[in-house]
Write a protein that binds this ligand. Structure first.
Ligand SMILES: Cn1cc(Br)cc1C(=O)Nc1[nH]nc2c1CN(C(=O)N[C@H](CN1CCCC1)c1ccccc1)C21CC1
Length: 346
């Protein structure tokens, strides 16, 4: 198998394919030095065609975005024919499948998830990005049922900041804002708020507010802004949904007002902590373990890690940090885990 992916040999031990889309596939793998599970998104450049810029967009965005509710990028490998993105592994799969398995979520459970989604989007917008493809398929669950946002291939970082308008129509139709499908100029942040409204509705109802087999009929429904309000929704829920699914983007609720909305804070006495929990400074224990492993000084490791080249060292640092944040020993495997195709050293 690794003969098919020679660039990964010795660094990652590949396992089964866990996802495959048009121009990409995602495989489970183990990072050799830490033994940690990762998800490797493998894209073939030829198959990508004119979608190639999307990959560069996604890589650039994910290198800048470091947040507890955004799927972490550890390493990027580019070869003649392929891109490899080594990403955080989320063992519980897509939020989409979770909603389907439960029909719909009750308010308490939906609120816990939605607070995490709002935290991720507030952080992205504050970093000057808009995701533009928010939907339950792009939200994965980790082992603690925490949400991780993925697929930044359609995200935008408007030049000159978030007040500059975008034009490209993208994302999934059922989650697309009226101004986006009418081909008008739009603000990525406002379009994201609309998609979050559709997402919240899907969490609480188990079906979409605007749906139709015929695309033209779906567009008409979205532009009407009319949707069915089931009797199990509370007043506060109905109020928040109405403010997010506001067809006029200039009257639509902003992310900062969502953070203060009664529904989001019902039963909580702390506001949503949307700032990144990742520190700017490098972690001492991780640097020390790296220094011991590579036989270099701690100072040298700090200098090299700080270059954030998203190479194997960046991945090893982040995965050591992951072990520390989840209360496990900050240790590298001195003899990397032997996989069936690692030849015994002579
Ligand atoms: C499905 N599943 C079930 C279990 Br259990 C774990 C998973 C799983 O996929 N876990 C997982 N961890 N980390 C990742 C994944 C999936 N995954 C993904 O990036 N998955 C996306 C899913 N997109 C949603 C809409 C279109 C495609 C993907 C993108 C291209 C090709 C295939 C899949 C990453 C790498 C970030």
């Amino acid at each position: 198998m690794s003969s098919q992916y020679p660039e990964l040999r010795g660094y990652y031990h590949l396992r089964e394919t866990i996802g495959s889309g048009g121009f990409a596939k995602v495989k489970l793998a183990y990072h050799a030095l830490t033994g940690e599970k990762v998800a490797i998104k493998i894209m073939d450049k030829r198959a990508l065609g004119e979608d190639l810029p999307r990959v560069k967009t996604e890589i650039a965005a994910m290198q800048e975005l470091c947040h507890q509710h955004i799927c972490k990028l550890y390493q990027v490998i580019e070869t003649e024919e392929k891109f490899y993105m080594i990403l955080e592994y989320c063992p519980e799969g897509e939020l989409f499948d979770y909603i389907v398995s439960k029909d719909r979520l009750d308010e308490e459970e939906a609120r816990i998830f939605f607070r995490q989604i709002v935290a991720a989007v507030a952080y992205i917008h504050n970093s000057g990005y808009a995701h533009r493809d928010l939907k339950p398929e792009n939200l994965l669950l980790d082992e603690d049922q925490n949400l991780k946002l993925i697929d930044f291939g359609l995200c935008a970082k408007p030049k000159g900041g978030m007040d500059n308008h975008l034009l490209t129509c993208c994302g999934s139709p059922a989650y697309a804002a009226p101004e986006l499908i009418s081909g008008k100029q739009y603000l990525g942040s406002e379009a994201d708020i609309w998609s979050m409204g559709v997402l919240l509705y899907a969490l609480l109802c188990g079906y979409l507010p605007f749906d139709d087999e015929k695309l033209s009929h779906l567009y008409r429904k979205i532009q009407s802004g009319k949707y069915e309000v089931p009797e199990w929704l509370s007043e506060e829920t109905i109020d928040l949904l109405a403010r997010m699914l506001q067809t006029d983007p200039k009257r639509r609720i902003t992310i900062s007002s969502i953070l203060e909305h009664p529904w989001l804070n019902h039963g909580f006495n702390v506001p949503v902590e949307w700032a990144s929990k990742y520190k700017r400074t490098l972690d001492d224990d991780c640097l020390t373990e790296l220094a011991v492993h590579y036989g270099k000084s701690r100072q040298h490791m700090e200098t090299v890690v700080s270059r954030w080249k998203y190479d194997y060292l960046t991945a090893t640092y982040f995965l050591l940090l992951e072990k520390k944040m989840t209360g496990r020993p900050v240790r590298l495997l001195h003899r990397p885990t032997v996989s069936k195709n690692t030849p015994n050293p002579k």
